[in-house]
Design a protein around this ligand. Structure first.
Ligand code: NAG
Ligand code: NAG
Ligand code: NAG
Ligand code: NAG
Ligand code: NAG
Ligand code: NAG
Ligand code: NAG
Length: 457
């Protein structure tokens, strides 16, 4: 068994003389062991290193009255894995099931056009999954649940069935035809990236893209589906607004300054060229942060700064979301989609106290209710969405809500849980009940995304 400290040393000692091969090996080792999820970030994104320090577990956190997920770690921020054996235009050799099937009509009938896609149940789908870890390189290690020995496969065999219509299963050819000559961007955290990886895998039945990123920064990637001249942009911005480390000299600093009224120009400056934009956020707001407005500190959350108002996460969340929707209003002309909060499913304790997610079936909708904190984030999303939608409509712009919270609430079975790493690995986030296995229920987000694109055409 390998101790976390040894890997920290490994990183420290190797980082100065890293060769691509060593880097690859090293990152594979890191991925496969899923050590402290935050260590990924040292490799992935040097500007946002987040380490779990003892102060985080024992620190100044009011814990008793807090929602269990309040102390949730940020979703890990490792890069999209490099294509290990990537050949340009390589198509999957895997014999995928036919794309169009009896259960996957490609069109929702006209009379069903206005059906609410977000109210429904999960129903069995014997035709899924549509890819696997052998056919798709984009499955990140900690979401490669089968690799790490997940014994049940039933969680892959469901599809989302809205009450008023059938939702067609994702058709990669149809998607790429619609996206021909266009560009799509995803802004958010590692759950946003989880959806991108699902999209890459679903599309891999037709084509793999070429990496045309302008920099080696894995937090910002651009891919080109060259046969379709379709570009896919991934933009890392877990807080959506301008963010800096509270102590830039401390690589282990896990306290952030959030400038609630300032754009994160790393993405806002790029969206004017895009046709589609999918934006989302949530889990990172549960962490300690200092809020800035008008360039001065307006408060903080779990930060223990003297003479600073303690503000709830909802305060920061609402303002950050409002600011980023304003950035879209001002800089974006295409179809913008706000994807709602992705619920976690720790049971039997919080993430750091033995909580786990071991269910193997979806809930029916009468079997679960949203929990307090997540529900409140969702409410804020709805409210800010409605306000922004109104503004955008006045300017002839389109903002849509992808309200997948309810659907995902019903999928406690869809997370990696303990199968996001080798069982022998010494990890901090032992049971990942935040991200989603691939293949898995998050693939439905792309069914829905394509449907929304069709409806908006
Ligand atoms: C990469 O793929 C090619 C063709 O599928 C195969 O011949 C080769 O052995 C693979 N290389 C590795 C390192 O897996
Ligand atoms: C894929 O999953 C299988 C188990 O279904 C596992 O044995 C294999 O190592 C995994 N392969 C990769 C490349 O992740
Ligand atoms: C590719 O698409 C872009 C718009 O995204 C367009 O400007 C460009 O002319 C297209 N190139 C080709 C070869 O069609
Ligand atoms: C994507 O690939 C196509 C085909 O090679 C090319 O015409 C187009 O310019 C590329 N797009 C970008 C943004 O590089
Ligand atoms: C920031 O400044 C504006 C005007 O300069 C003011 O209306 C607003 O209340 C200030 N916000 C805060 C949080 O101080
Ligand atoms: C905090 O406020 C008190 C009372 O206003 C003041 O005496 C003290 O110096 C302040 N502390 C800091 C660190 O600003
Ligand atoms: C939920 O609904 C199903 C089907 O309508 C029913 O069989 C089941 O008993 C209900 N469960 C609960 C907890 O109400």
């Amino acid at each position: 068994m390998v101790k976390i400290e040894e890997y920290k040393e490994l990183i420290d000692s190797k980082s100065k003389m890293i060769t691509p091969r060593v880097a690859l090996t090293l990152s594979l080792v890191l991925f496969s062991l899923t050590i402290v999820p935050a260590l990924y970030s040292l490799i992935a994104n040097p500007t946002l290193p987040l380490l779990i320090s003892s102060s985080e577990t024992d620190g100044p956190f009011p814990s008793d009255h807090m929602h269990p997920s309040v102390r949730i770690l940020p979703p890990v921020d490792s890069p999209i894995p490099a294509p290990l054996n990537y050949t340009r235009h390589r198509k999957s050799s895997y014999h995928s099931p036919p794309v169009t099937t009896s259960t996957s009509r490609t069109q929702i009938r006209d009379d069903e056009q206005r059906c609410d896609l977000f109210k429904g149940e999960w129903i069995p789908n014997e035709e899924s999954p549509y890819y696997n870890n052998a056919t798709c390189w984009a499955i990140q290690e900690h979401q490669n649940c089968m690799k790490f020995g997940r014994p049940d496969t039933g969680f892959m065999r469901w599809r989302w069935k809205p009450d008023g219509c059938d939702l067609p299963i994702f058709d990669p050819n149809e998607f790429l035809e619609m996206a021909r000559g266009k560009s799509m961007g995803f802004v958010g955290d590692s759950i946003s990236r989880n959806q991108v990886q699902s999209l890459l895998c679903l599309l891999s039945r037709v084509e793999y893209p070429e990496d045309i990123s302008s920099s080696p920064d894995t937090a910002f990637k651009v891919w080109n589906y060259t046969s379709y001249n379709f570009t896919l942009h991934v933009m890392w911005s877990p807080y959506l607004v301008k963010t800096t480390k509270a102590d830039p000299t401390d690589p282990e600093c896990n306290l952030f300054n959030l400038y609630l009224d300032e754009y994160d120009t790393k993405w806002t400056s790029q969206i004017n060229q895009l046709d589609y934009l999918v934006i989302s956020s949530g889990h990172w707001f549960y962490r300690p942060v200092i809020f800035y407005e008008n360039e001065t500190i307006s408060g903080c959350q779990y930060c223990a700064l003297p003479n600073t108002t303690q503000l709830p996460l909802y305060y920061g969340y609402r303002k950050a979301l409002r600011t980023s929707l304003r950035a879209i209003l001002e800089n974006f002309k295409g179809l913008a989609v706000l994807r709602s909060f992705s619920p976690q499913h720790f049971e039997g304790g919080p993430w750091d106290k033995g909580g786990d997610c071991v269910r193997t079936r979806p809930y029916r909708r009468n079997e679960t209710i949203p929990e307090g904190a997540d529900l409140k984030i969702h409410d804020i999303q709805l409210e800010e969405f409605r306000a922004a939608e109104e503004e955008m409509k006045k300017k002839g712009l389109r903002l849509r809500l992808m309200d997948t919270t309810q659907a995902m609430l019903l999928r406690p079975d869809g997370h990696p849980g303990r199968y996001g790493h080798l069982q022998t690995a010494e990890v901090s986030l032992r049971n990942d009940c935040i991200h989603w296995c691939l293949p898995g229920p998050i693939d439905s987000w792309n069914d829905i995304l394509l449907q929304m694109m069709k409806t908006e055409k």
